[in-house]
Design a protein around this ligand. Structure first.
Ligand code: 5GP
Ligand code: MN
Length: 317
């Protein structure tokens, strides 16, 4: 059921023990929005705890209160009267779903989130969920501390590719400006986020070596097989984030994709586009996302995943 931002604020005010989560394979917006929400809710007297059912990329570990994020363990339950799900629909939160039966409040900016069965405030024009959490903080009359501002700015910066993607609007920059007034240090966040481990740069080399071009140059794809993914993940906390941006820039390319074989018959797909609505392609394959950035999981071999994806993209362009 779709609700307004005011309704979402009212729902939060009436709760006391709030469990906060976001999607698996968390990005800067997922971690930034949940950590910001945790601090905002605590500041208005609520008990709040973030759970994320995945490892988090190392360069997000410097965010304030990161060390308080918990990962659910088997059979664990958590006493809560509201489950606040940010930056995704409830189907991508892993085992956090099993922690509580509390009612769900879902706040998101993904156009593919339709809010079936739960109360959802969705704002597809928001560049990041952090933009909405900022507005929620204002609605709740919460003070935006430098730590909260740092978390929110991180989500804005990562989901807009540092204010370069087409989702960057005047409102996005206005909120970024407010956050700087609240104490954010943009260069500190940028330096933190651009860091890559040696394993990540070697993974990038493997990915670029696998580059293939399809559809008369309109589509570019990269492939990381199980061996490359295992090397990349050997130290934990390494990710392929940003790899796809290096082939999205090819001048003839409209759709870029990366397929990562995370386990046998388990391939993760990332897509980026300059025009085509890749959220529709992803949704057809069981995933979702935004018009210009979307993803899905294909439970097949890498070779079959390539065929399925290239077929779906060529019929869309
Ligand atoms: P990325 O390529 O960075 O993993 O994801 C791009 C966008 O698509 C993100 O906003 C992400 O949340 C969304 N997305 C990626 N994979 C999935 C998926 O399997 N299901 C849904 N619903 N959204 C996805
Ligand atoms: Mn997001």
């Amino acid at each position: 059921m779709l609700i307004t931002l005011k309704d979402a604020a009212t729902r939060i005010k009436s709760a006391n023990k709030i469990l906060i989560t976001a999607h698996v394979q968390p990005d800067g917006d997922a971690i930034g929005s949940t950590l910001a929400a945790m601090q905002i809710l605590r500041s208005i007297g609520k008990s709040a705890q973030v759970f994320i059912d995945d490892t988090v990329r190392k360069n997000l570990h410097a965010l304030p209160h990161f060390e308080e994020i918990r990962r659910p363990i088997d059979g664990e339950t958590f006493d809560a009267d509201l489950l606040l799900i940010l930056d995704t629909s409830p189907d991508r939160i892993g085992n956090v779903r099993k922690l509580t039966d509390a009612p769900i409040l879902n706040v998101d900016h993904h156009v593919t989130n339709k809010g079936e069965d739960v109360e959802l405030y969705v704002e597809p024009s928001a560049a990041a969920t952090c933009e909405i959490v900022y507005k929620l903080a204002r609605e709740l009359d919460a003070d935006i501390t430098p730590d909260i501002a740092t978390c929110l700015y991180t989500g804005l910066a990562t989901d807009t590719g540092f204010f370069q993607f087409s989702n960057t609007r005047a409102a996005t920059l206005a909120i970024a400006s407010e956050l700087i007034t609240c104490g954010v240090s943009p260069h500190f966040i940028s330096e933190q986020l651009e860091k890559k481990s040696l394993a990540e740069v070697c993974g990038l080399r493997d990915a670029l070596n696998s580059l293939k071009i399809f559809c008369d140059g309109k589509v570019a794809g990269m492939f990381l097989d199980l061996a490359s993914m295992q090397k990349l993940n050997s130290t934990g906390g390494d990710s392929t984030e940003g790899f796809i941006d290096l082939i999205r820039v090819i001048d003839t390319v409209d759709v870029a994709f990366l397929i990562s074989e995370k386990a046998p018959n388990f391939c993760r797909v990332s897509m980026r586009s300059k025009g085509v609505d890749v959220s529709k392609i992803a949704a057809k394959l069981g995933g979702g996302g935004h018009i210009r950035a979307a993803g899905c999981t294909l439970k097949t071999t890498l070779a079959d995943a390539e065929k399925i994806l290239v077929d779906a993209i060529s019929s869309a362009i």
